[in-house]
Every structure is written in C-alpha cells, then in structure tokens.
Design a protein around this ligand. Structure first.
Ligand SMILES: [Ca+2]
Length: 537
C-alpha cells in the first residue's frame, strides 16, 4: 500500500512539475514535438505567386506567409516532372540514387528517339527509410491528403509510412475526374458545385482538428495546379474581368524552343521570326522538332486555380491559429516542378486547337527559360517558403541554391528527431532558416535519362555550382553553360568562351552520376533515321 501511495504521489509530482514547466513560462509549445505541414503544390511555376512576381495571380495568403518565414529565390526541384521530385522529398535522395528519374509509370519509346528511355523503379524501393517512417518511429501521426504519384501499388503510401491516405483509391498524377464534383476519389464526398482544392482542404483541416493534441506530419499534396486546367467558376469570372482591364501585350504570345542537342536550337529572337513562317502554324510538335512556349500569364482558368490554392494555404494557417498550434508547427510551401508553359505532348501527334489554348498552356515562367519538362530554369526553379516557429527568421529572402533532397535532413534537424543523416544526398538548410551561418555544398545536380512530354529536347543532365549552370545532353553530348547571376533567362551560352569551366563542371556531373549509380541511356534498338514525330520521311 505504501509503495502504491509513493508511486501515486510520484506521478502527481511529476505531472505537477511537467505542468508548471509547460505552462508557467509560456514555453509549452516549444517543448512539445513540432508538427510539420508540408504544403505541396503541383506544377506551380516560380513566377506563379505574387511575392515571386506575378502581377495577375492573387496570392495574398502566400505573400503574407512569406513574411513569417524564409522565402527562397533559388530553390530547385530535383526533377522537372512530378514523381522524381516527390520521391526525393520523402527520401532525401536524388532521383538517380533510387532509380526513379521519370514520372510514373513513364514515357513510351518511339522510333524517332535515338536513345532508349531508362527503365525505372515503379515506387520508392521499400528498403529506403522515408520521412513519414521516421516520423512514425518517433510517435507522430502521418497523413497524405492529395496526390501520391509514387506508384500504383495500393499499399505503397502505407508501406512508406503514412497512417492516413486520402484519396483512398487513387494514386495517379492528376485528379480522376477533374476539379469539379463528382471527383470519383475515395474519401472525398461528391457534392454538386464543390471544387476539389476546397474539398481536399476541408478534409485536411478535419485531420488537424482530430490530431491537434499529438504530433503530426501532414503532407497536403494538392492536385492543383496540375492540369486539367479548371478553375472554380467564381474565380474564373473574376479573372476574366481582371484580364479585360489589363493591357496585355499581344506581341509574341509564344516563342519556339527546339532541341539544344540538335540542329534546330532556337533563341528567342530567331523564334520570333520563324514563328511567323507557315511551318510553325498551330500548336503541336513541329516538323523541325520545335514547340511553342507561352510568354504571358493570361489564362483565367489557371489564375483561378492558383487563387484557390492560395485560399487553401490561408485556411490551413488559420486552422493552426484556431487550434493554438501555430507556434508549434513548421509549415513548408513548395512546388514539385516548374510551370506548364509548354503543352504536354505525351501523344506526339497531339494538336491543340486555337480555341483550347487555355486547356493546354497553363502559365508563363518568364523571365525563366523553358517549362515543366525542361532542364532550363523554368522547369526546375520553384517557389519555396519555410516557416519555423521560434528560431526561424521572418520575412527574409535567401538566394542560396537549395533542392528537394534537402527537405529530409532539414525537417529532421528542425524537429530534432535525428541528426545522423549521412546516408542522404541532401544537406540540412536549417542554418539558412535560422540565420546561423551558411551551408556547405559544391553543387546541385540533375539527371533525366528520358525523353520529355513537353518538347523535343534531348534527354540530359545538369549541374549548378555557384553562379554557373552546365547542361549536358545525351544524344550528341552537346553542352550549354550559363551564368545565372547575370543571365537568369539562360540566353547567352558561354560554353565556347569558358572551356575549362565546362570541363570542370562536366567532371563534377559525371562523378556525381557515378556516385549515385545513375543509369545511362542505351541506343534505342527501334530507332529509325527516317522516323519523324509524325511518321516516316
Ligand atoms: Ca508536378
């Protein structure tokens, strides 16, 4: 009896001590494990947000959020398409390290393609420890709401550490039946007149309500602003009106991009002239291997999608305040690749009618060159804002290059869950978030051993070191060298001028490929010299 009494008293004292240190000095929230909300937008371009320079899209919540954290202006995605970047976020590894270098399931081979697409893993290898698994091991609740796109294995999200997955029955890279109800997505009720981005947010807010008293990792992975390009009707009307009032320059609504590794690379000025020729009439892959790239942000449907996404972030932040957990929750705002300013030519025969351009071309990434699907900055440079309550800087802008494999070590450093991340490719960028110094890294790398849906460019890789970026293409080994500090639009190829720099960067890129076990492309056995995109010559 005495022992029981003693134990009881001990428990009461312990509780009292904990309570006092929790509540008396106001540090309660800091002593609880930090929640993490990873707010991932799909295909949101670097310039698709007000605080990143868009004058059309209204994103007051993102802009306000940037004042509460660190906004990165040289943040990259490890790939210019969805799945590889997503895998790198969850593993801290480059896509080449886990042989998941293309969107899933991947692109078919065609006879006009000289090289054969590398065969890739169809999910993150199950022996790789993922971010949600680490959270689970540390007592967190883990949930993904929205787009998975890391494999059709219906158990993959659960096997890779997520307690909850909504939708329950859809793993593809786009919303099943679009953004307007009925959605055809398990776990998201269909109701006439509702909009997917709003409904997914409703469900995520419910999850936060239910888990407010225990640590959680919420991966809110919106389908937006990936196509189909369908905005909520009230916002589409709003942007139609707004566009009427704006003076949009109609000169050069599109320019041409060719294959930098072939004979038809186009510079913007040339493209302006050539696009007037008959051969470039319409919107398709042209016979000379060029495609059109959108130059203006003037799509009301897409603008509406962006604003809905912004409303979603606003609601998430408001919910954190309502639950009094905003000072105890890390929030990360990010996109998985650049904006879709080039149409998707998964089917190389696709022709886009002039009346349906807003269904095919989402946005413009200017001043960045290229689009989703390209290794130019327009394909890989994306918005990133990190809010770390307590120690994190507020309203600060950082132009230090960072990339998606960095999230894994950074998040674990912020939450103090684990410090030994030596098996990962990324580096912790926590010092940039707290202002405690810089990060040490020689370079950031890309490897895309595949043909793209968004143009006729050769497969290739890239390295960014300091202000310089080298792109290398795999069909004919052509390289391009750009000084991004002076030439963010990648218009001035310096490779002929600086051969030593080219060699140094090439060596770095090749060494990195070896280090990560990157798979290289083999010749396409079905390649035919006479084959063109549109059949044989
Ligand atoms: Ca994407």
């Amino acid at each position: 009896m005495k022992t029981i009494m003693k134990t009881l008293i001990g428990i009461i004292i312990l509780f009292a001590v904990l309570s006092s240190c929790v509540f008396s000095d106001g540090t309660r929230k800091e002593e609880k494990p930090l929640n993490v909300v990873f707010f991932l937008v799909d295909d949101l371009g670097w310039r698709d947000v007000g605080c990143y320079g868009s004058s059309l899209y209204e994103t007051p919540n993102v802009d306000k959020f940037a004042e509460q954290g660190v906004r990165f202006t040289s943040a990259y995605a490890a790939s210019h398409v969805c799945s590889p970047t997503r895998a790198s976020i969850l593993t801290g590894m480059y896509p080449s390290s886990i042989n998941l270098t293309d969107w899933l399931p991947g692109r078919l081979d065609y006879p006009f393609q000289k090289l054969k697409n590398v065969e890739i893993n169809q999910h993150i290898p199950y022996d790789i420890r993922t971010l949600p698994q680490v959270f689970k091991e540390n007592g967190y609740q883990t949930a993904i709401y929205g787009k998975w796109h890391l494999g059709e294995d219906s158990a993959s999200a659960a096997r890779q550490g997520f307690d909850v997955q909504i939708p329950t029955d859809w793993n593809k890279g786009w919303p099943n039946k679009g953004y307007h109800s009925p959605f055809g997505l398990g776990g998201i009720e269909d109701k006439d007149g509702t909009y997917l981005t709003d409904r997914l947010t409703d469900e995520a807010l419910k999850y936060m309500d239910e888990n407010k008293d225990r640590p959680f990792f919420l991966y809110l992975s919106h389908f937006a602003v990936h196509d189909p390009i369908e905005g909520r009707n009230d916002l589409v009307s709003k942007y139609r009106e707004k566009l009427k009032e704006q003076q949009m320059p109609k000169k050069r609504p599109f320019i041409l991009e060719g294959n930098p590794d072939g004979q038809n690379d186009k510079k913007s000025a040339e493209a302006d002239e050539t696009s007037k020729k008959n051969i470039h009439n319409g919107y398709r892959i042209f016979d000379d291997g060029t495609v059109k790239i959108k130059q203006y942000q003037d799509n009301p449907e897409f603008a509406a999608m962006v604003e809905s996404m912004d409303e979603s972030l606003g609601r998430v932040l408001e919910k954190l305040e309502e639950l009094s957990i905003e000072d105890n929750t890390v929030v990360i705002f990010y996109s998985d690749n650049g904006g879709m300013s080039s149409a998707n030519f998964y089917n190389p025969e696709r022709r886009i009618s002039k009346h349906k351009l807003d269904k095919a071309f989402a946005t413009s990434n200017l001043p960045l060159r290229g689009a989703k699907g390209w290794l130019y900055e327009g394909g890989i440079r994306v918005p990133l804002i990190i809010k770390l309550p307590g120690k994190g800087l507020k309203g600060v802008v950082s132009d230090v290059p960072v990339t998606s494999p960095d999230f894994f070590p950074t998040i674990l450093a912020m939450t103090e869950l684990e410090s030994n991340m030596s098996n990962k490719d990324g580096v912790s960028i926590l010092p940039l978030v707290t202002g405690d110094g810089n990060i040490e890294r020689e370079a950031i790398f890309w490897h895309f051993p595949h043909y793209s849906n968004h143009g006729m460019q050769s497969p290739g890789g890239a390295v960014r070191s300091g202000d310089y970026k080298l792109l290398e293409y795999y069909e004919n080994n052509t390289v391009q060298l750009f000084n991004l500090k002076e030439d963010i639009g990648e218009t001035n190829d310096l490779s002929a001028e600086y051969p030593e720099k080219v060699e140094r960067l090439k060596r770095m890129l090749h060494d990195w490929r070896k280090r990560t076990g990157a798979k290289m492309m083999e010749p396409n056995p079905d390649y035919s010299k006479n084959a063109t995109v549109h059949g044989s010559k």
